[in-house]
Design a protein around this ligand. Structure first.
Ligand SMILES: NC(=O)c1ccc[n+]([C@@H]2O[C@H](COP(=O)([O-])OP(=O)(O)OC[C@H]3O[C@@H](n4cnc5c(N)ncnc54)[C@H](OP(=O)(O)O)[C@@H]3O)[C@@H](O)[C@H]2O)c1
Length: 320
């Protein structure tokens, strides 16, 4: 089968096509013919070497975590999934590599795809959607009628966060640039703030939850906009922020928390249910064939994606 591989830490230009044996599903695994995958910032961060001290890469390495496709075979002792089923999911940190034609993956990381989504729409959802869900629900403890600020509301994680927070009944404000205002409003945000017009500082309203997916401002920038018992959730454990998370409880009811996405079938099913009921959609920025993965990475690295950058892996499985 075909995969895209890095041979060493490098930039996207060093990604090359490789022919490798099709994997066989082991106990508890399913063999999936991949129709689509997606690009996330972690893919190029891992392979550039910038995370080598926390998460070294073993080469040759096939990048990407997200997948949507069709179940082709079951390994021994695998239940709950049938051959022919359309599924989607996210590979775990220790076994990524979905930029490939086939995957043998533990069934715990796979769920049935909502039938109103295309493979490409479904492939965008797992990593970014579960990150948004776990940040809002588990770290932010979001419940109905709370006020949420989503920083980076037009990005991969942010555009799902706006929709998931709305589905949870929250009052949602999104921060984005001028060109994305209409998009973020169309996702259901009650208020939209344009960061290019300096409308983002200071914010009048105290927020119960600030979910920061951009993380280019110090916590001190957001703190005046956080309610007295509000939670600030970040996706990046910077040193200063870790110190705040440890010291804040000593003198304040505010909290700083971190999310590190953990793939699981229950959260995939929850997101699939939201998609099925029309409460969650994937905004597709662009679609690249597998052979053009380097270009997809380069676009991701600009940090300007609107929604998700999708990789079309199997030509038979994506709409014309
Ligand atoms: N800890 C975890 O488990 C985890 C999981 C997923 C992602 N992450 C991290 O979370 C971050 C976001 O991931 P992502 O997939 O959402 O990235 P992304 O899709 O590349 O985000 C791009 C978006 O960010 C917006 N943006 C850039 N600067 C902004 C600003 N100052 N204010 C508001 N919006 C701004 C861009 O809009 P404009 O072009 O309009 O500026 C664009 O829509 C990355 O650092 C990623 O590594 C961590």
């Amino acid at each position: 089968m075909k995969t895209m591989q890095f041979k060493a830490y490098s930039g996207a230009g060093q990604l090359v096509m490789a022919e490798v044996p099709t994997p066989q599903p082991g106990p508890g695994q399913v063999l999936i013919e991949v129709a689509a995958s997606a690009v996330n910032p972690i893919d190029w961060k891992l392979h550039s070497g910038m995370l080598r001290w926390v998460k070294p890469v073993r080469f040759p390495s096939t990048p990407c975590f997200d997948f949507a496709g069709e179940v082709k075979a079951l390994g021994p002792q695998t239940s709950g999934i049938k051959p022919g089923e359309r599924v989607f999911g996210m590979l775990p940190m220790q076994a990524y590599g979905s930029a490939a034609e086939y995957l043998a993956v533990n069934a715990a990381y796979v769920a049935a795809m909502p039938d109103n989504l295309s493979f490409q729409e479904a492939a965008g959802l797992p990593l970014a959607g579960m990150t948004a869900l776990q940040a809002l629900r588990d770290q932010g403890r979001l419940v109905a009628n709370r006020r949420v600020l989503v920083v980076g509301a037009s990005g991969g994680v942010g555009h799902y966060a706006v929709q998931i927070a709305k589905a949870m009944g929250a009052q949602v404000t999104g921060i984005c640039s001028t060109r994305n205002i209409d998009l973020v409003r169309s996702l259901g945000a009650d208020e939209v703030i344009d960061y290019t017009r300096n409308e983002a500082s200071p914010l009048d309203e105290p927020f119960d939850l600030i979910f920061d997916t951009v993380m280019n401002q110090a916590f001190s920038h957001w703190r005046p906009s956080l309610a007295q018992d509000g939670v600030y959730v970040s996706l990046l454990p910077q040193l200063g922020l870790i110190l705040h998370s440890l010291t804040l409880p000593l003198y304040s009811r505010q909290r700083v928390r971190f999310t590190f996405v953990k793939p699981n079938r229950e959260d995939l099913a929850y997101l699939g249910g939201l998609a099925q009921s029309g409460q969650l959609r994937t905004v597709i920025d662009s679609v690249y064939p597998l052979t053009e993965l380097p270009a997809a990475f380069l676009q991701g690295q600009t940090g300007r994606a609107r929604g998700k950058i999708i990789v079309a892996v199997n030509a038979y499985h994506h709409p014309a």
